[in-house]
Design a protein. Structure first.
Ligand code: HEM
Ligand SMILES: [Fe+2]
Lengths: 767, 138
């Protein structure tokens, strides 16, 4: 038993906060449970067998599942997309198959208005028999399938690299047959009407005049409703803040004087010192990630040659993009884990024996998982691994790492949770379950927890179900739980610095849980409007995700009020505030939360916009503005916070921190405004005016205006890499070189006392 | 063609103009961010611990530097607007379009000047303990 257990410190805030947060979370996850159930009961069927009218086998349900594995293993979800989800250079293969099949059928029938009507009817009629599990293709559909097997054989066996794929990407005729079956099935659910409805399983996505696919009434209706929801939500929130904001308590002044300890006075624990190596790994992964981003981008600007060198033989587009995305998660997560290791002892006041060794174990495990999984993806894309292999291929976009690595990564994060518990358990035993240490611990636990949900997406399952679980990680993990853990960590940093009272921090955290979870949990469904889910996913997704924008707007306007309130106290400090650039990076996080996540996210959030936009340039615009803008900047902020104590005060490269801050922000803004935003707007226009298939065609993407816009980002990218990432690498290197000063452990207990970061004198509360 | 103008040019100059408007919006945001802390300060603050009377409240950091951050980004947008305009003018150096280009460039110059002025007038205000006094009475 831990000494002192049973006499817990009391809750610092009103119990109402806990109740409200629990209510919102329980409601959100209850609805998510219902939606999960509905996913399985209402997803489009995968027929046991598809036959032609004459009874001949076209393909089997097994082929569809295997074809999906082929699609994934060859990294095609990082090149083009199906049902709108995946990369943006290649076509959307659902739209591609649909257009080609319809065109082939139309040509076979000789064309003309009658033939068009007939064609539309053939594609829309649902000939699936649920009792026998057999789907019958009309003759035209079956003939189109045969023709398209031939088409995709030629397309994927192309000896050239002009598409950005490796030469001879797929040559096995069986794999081509399976792959075509998978694509054919996605095209079938896109056009065949849901039983009892007059729209397809995908809510009529993609728009395709040949098969009568136009936006549904629900798509329009819920767009309007969600717009109103947003306006009402913002209005209500500002009203509430105006009315009750004063009671939140974060506006009051606190400790009259705080003296910050100079980094030289701060002696660190063994695990805190190991974080220096973590942050060096973070910086190097970041560097690798942006260099791969450069290669990915180069394909878009000049598809056929990399300054005269044929890159696609070695590093085809889809491999570069796979690594680019994976690394973006790895370095951000590594920074979060390191920050947790750094902060936990501060919270507990000490660190137990052996924590340093565990930190090393975790770091090595992370490096092994990172490189092992990247290597596996490379081997898979180069065709050395059979599709669907537990050891070597998975490659859902964002969950690219093969299953074994995915499990190891989840296990690594679980090890980290254990480490947090080792440090905190004494504190946890003595504290109320609603106070900061518990929130820190629980938010930390949720990180491996939600990530592990991604394991429910298996390469051979129905795409609709896999996408449902995949977005628990892609959306729920980043937009809700990381956001939450962030707030807890940042709040804690400032509590430790003595500039924010714990009570104030708690209020902010609870408010955050409530506001983010209210929209963000069910808002996950904004990714699943058209992936085969029933219409309630679209309706709820549109409504609740609009609510996500409310806290983003609010937090920008109030912009980390507590941080700023706190950070101003150092006006009275006799020692300088050590975290100028960490705080500035947090200011940047607030800005990009508003612009990158809030504005650019909402821009593509209405179902009617998403109908034309999904999988095009405005998504890339939003993804960069939010992933880098919010989590990237945050990871750097966390890094600088810890590095400040790892590097002796006299060696602290203040100038490089400033250069990195400005370069990363200017580079990102340039990237978004010079290229991604205008490119996306033009592509959206093309999608509405000419068609989705057209807007996703290579011909359009490599057109002259697009190419010009792609080149325009070069100055921004160069600044980002050279002026932003390299200085950060340098600072991280200094961290490893000096690694702070070690505090002496108590020889009797093996505990190392954690440092204090400031002295607070004459605490005065004058709210 | 849109009227006498090349479509691409109209789009490019229109986008550049929109960037200028966004830049101006950011400048306003910067003012709000920096200004909010003013309202929040207690009126009539009395002596600080070194006993000096504070007459005029400074804009406390980091609001001051956050304002600079927003203005810095606004300036980037102005530079971008001007660059886009120049690139497009080189791509389509036809007569009526160039008039549009000139108008956007002039607007960019004005916005840029105006923003630079604001940036200069708003120091980062990061307090160094030694120069606290100077900082406060600015
Ligand atoms: C920090 C917060 C956020 C992050 C890190 C983030 C990140 C991303 C990323 C990486 C994607 C691309 C996913 C993919 O490739 O499949 C995406 C897509 C999307 N995001 Fe966000 N996002 C954030 C907040 C928001 C918000 C607040 C909204 C709107 C209310 C939003 C709306 C969307 C939509 C509709 C898509 C789908 C676009 C498509 O599939 O083409 N996001 N987000
Ligand atoms: Fe999302």
């Amino acid at each position: 038993m831990v000494p002192g257990a049973g006499t817990r410190r009391e809750l610092l805030v009103s119990r109402r906060w806990i109740q409200a947060a629990a209510l919102v979370a329980v409601f959100g996850f209850f609805v998510m449970g219902v939606l999960a159930l509905r996913t399985y009961t209402a997803q489009p069927p995968v027929p046991r067998l598809v036959v032609s009218e004459s009874g001949q086998e076209v393909y089997t349900g097994r082929d569809v599942a295997d074809g999906q594995k082929v699609f994934l293993a060859h990294g095609l979800m990082q090149y083009g997309s199906v049902l709108g989800h995946g990369g943006y250079l290649g076509p959307d293969y659902t739209a591609d198959y649909l257009r080609r099949a319809a065109t082939i059928a139309l040509r076979a029938s000789g064309g003309g208005d009658r033939a068009r009507e007939q064609l539309e009817q053939e594609f829309r009629t649902n000939r699936y028999d649920p009792r026998s599990g057999v789907l019958t293709y009309t003759r035209a559909q079956a003939d189109a399938f045969t023709a398209l097997v031939g088409h995709y054989r030629g397309y994927f066996a192309d000896p050239r690299t002009g598409k950005g794929l490796r030469p001879y990407a797929i040559t096995d005729p069986r794999q081509i047959h399976q792959l075509t079956a998978f694509l054919s099935w996605t095209a079938w659910i896109a056009a065949a009407e849901r039983p009892g409805e007059d729209y397809s399983y995908t809510n009529n996505w993609p728009g395709e005049p040949l098969v009568g696919n136009v936006p549904t009434a629900d798509t329009v209706l819920w767009s309007v409703v969600s717009l109103i929801a947003l306006l009402a939500g913002i209005g209500a929130l500002f009203g509430a803040v105006g009315r009750w904001g004063g009671h939140l308590g974060w506006r009051g002044r606190q400790a009259e004087t705080v003296d910050f300890h100079s980094p030289d006075q701060v002696a660190l624990t063994p695990a805190q010192r190991v974080t220096a190596f973590f942050f060096l790994v973070v910086a190097l992964l970041f560097l690798a990630q942006v260099l791969l981003g450069g290669a990915t981008e180069h394909y878009r600007a000049d598809l056929t040659s990399f300054f005269g060198f044929d890159l696609a033989g070695l590093l085809p587009f889809n491999l570069a993009r796979t690594w680019h995305l994976q690394l973006s998660l790895f370095w951000v997560v590594a920074a979060f884990l390191a920050a947790g290791i750094f902060l936990a002892p501060l919270m507990a006041g000490r660190e137990p024996r052996g924590q340093g060794r565990l930190a090393w174990t975790l770091l090595i495990a992370l490096v092994v998982v990172a490189f092992g999984s990247l290597l596996a993806e490379g081997l898979s894309i180069h065709g050395f691994v059979p599709p669907g292999s537990f050891w070597g291929s998975q490659q859902f976009e964002w969950l690219d790492l093969p299953r074994v690595w995915q499990i190891l990564l989840a296990a690594g994060m679980a090890l980290w949770a254990v480490m947090m518990w080792r440090v905190l358990r004494g504190t946890l035993a003595r504290d109320s379950r609603g106070n900061l240490p518990w929130l820190f611990f629980l938010a930390g636990l949720a990180i491996p927890g939600v990530y592990a949900v991604g394991l429910l997406a298996r390469p051979g399952d129905t795409f609709t179900a896999t996408d449902f679980w995949r977005f628990w990680v892609v959306h729920l993990w980043v937009e809700d739980f990381l956001e939450l853990f962030t707030t807890v960590m940042v709040a804690y940093m400032f509590v430790q610095l003595g500039v924010v009272r714990e009570r104030v921090a708690l209020v902010v955290i609870y408010l955050d849980i409530i506001l983010y979870s209210a929209g963000g949990v069910i808002g996950t469904m904004h990714h699943l409007y058209f992936s085969g889910e029933p219409v309630e996913h679209l309706a709820l997704g549109a409504f609740f995700s609009a609510m996500e924008v409310v806290p983003l707007t609010f937090l920008t306007v109030e912009a980390w009020s507590f941080v700023q309130l706190g950070a101003r106290q150092h006006m009275e400090s006799r020692t300088p505030f050590p975290h100028r650039w960490a705080v500035m990076f947090l200011v940047a996080v607030g800005f990009w939360n508003f612009l990158g996540a809030g504005v650019f996210g909402f821009l593509i959030n209405l179902p009617i916009v998403s109908y034309y936009e999904i999988g095009t340039g405005l998504t890339a615009n939003h993804a960069h503005g939010s992933m880098m803008g919010v989590y990237g900047m945050l990871a750097v902020a966390l890094g600088l916070f810890a590095l400040r104590y790892l590097i002796p005060a006299g060696r602290w490269p203040e100038k490089w921190a400033r250069v990195s801050f400005w370069s990363l922000n200017i580079g990102l803004a340039w990237m978004c405004f010079a290229t991604l935003l205008p490119l996306g707007l033009l592509q959206l226009h093309e999608s509405v005016a000419s068609g989705y298939f057209e807007a996703r065609s290579l011909g359009y993407i490599t057109g002259s205006t697009n190419t010009l816009l792609e080149w325009l980002r070069l100055p921004g990218d160069a600044l980002f890499i050279v002026g932003g990432v390299l200085p950060f690498c340098w600072i991280a290197w200094l961290g490893v070189r000096h690694r702070g000063r070690q505090a002496a452990a108590d020889p009797a207990t093996g505990l190392t006392p954690a440092p204090r970061l400031s002295d607070v004198r004459e605490p005065v509360d004058s709210a | 063609m849109i009227g006498p103008f090349v479509t691409e040019s109209v789009l490019a100059y229109g986008y550049a103009a929109a960037l200028l408007v966004t830049a101006a919006g950011l400048d306003r945001l910067a003012r709000r961010v920096a200004g909010r802390s003013e309202r929040r300060r207690r009126p009539g603050r009395t002596p600080s611990h070194d006993g000096r009377e504070i007459v005029r409240a400074p804009r406390p950091w980091p609001h001051s530097e956050a304002g600079r951050f927003h203005r810095g980004l606004a300036l980037v947008l102005v530079v971008l607007a001007a660059s886009l305009t120049l690139v497009e003018a080189v791509r389509h150096p036809a007569w009526p379009d160039l008039a549009l280009a000139a108008a956007v460039l002039a607007a960019a110059a004005v916005t840029g000047r105006w923003l630079t002025g604001h940036l200069r007038a708003a120091p980062a205000g990061f307090p160094e303990p030694g120069q606290r006094t100077a900082n406060r009475d600015r």
